[in-house]
Ligand binder design. Structure first.
Ligand code: HEC
Length: 110
């Protein structure tokens, strides 16, 4: 009997929830235009390409350029964190070049 009640409860929930999801109940979403302060600086100098290609999607170059001079190991850790924690889609083949560029002291200009 208890089993019947559970099953019936589930069926009832499916019927109620399923039935309420009709198009007319979906609220109409509105949107506003706004501008994000992305910055227009790029990385410059030898080896900057993979960094410009992979590191400007989520934040500006300033996020990198504001850092003090860091060791290669530290940059390696930061790049891995971008990939593993923040899901930055960086191709494996670009990682070494990015880490080299950053540990040589990244430069930015226009
Ligand atoms: C998928 C989005 C994304 C991409 C792509 C990305 N980052 Fe980040 N980055 C973040 C987020 C999120 C933070 C954390 C911001 C915070 O902590 O407030 C961050 C922070 C940083 C910081 C500040 C220090 C720190 O560790 O929090 C540095 C330096 C940095 N990113 C470098 C890079 C480099 C170099 C690349 C290219 C390999 C890159 N990011 C690509 C999302 C991204």
């Amino acid at each position: 009997m208890q089993r019947f009640a559970q099953t019936f409860g589930v069926l009832l929930a499916v019927a109620v929830l399923g039935g309420s999801a009709t198009a007319k109940d979906v609220p109409e979403l509105k949107s506003e235009s706004f501008e994000l302060p992305t910055g227009d600086r790029m990385f410059t100098g030898a080896g900057a390409d993979p960094v410009n290609n992979n590191c400007l999607t989520c934040h500006s170059a300033g996020m990198v350029l504001v850092q003090p001079k860091l060791s290669k190991t530290t940059w390696e850790g930061i790049v891995k964190k971008m990939i593993n924690v923040y899901k930055a889609p960086v191709p494996d083949s670009d990682v070494a070049g990015i880490v080299d560029y950053l540990s040589n002291g990244p430069t930015g200009g226009k």
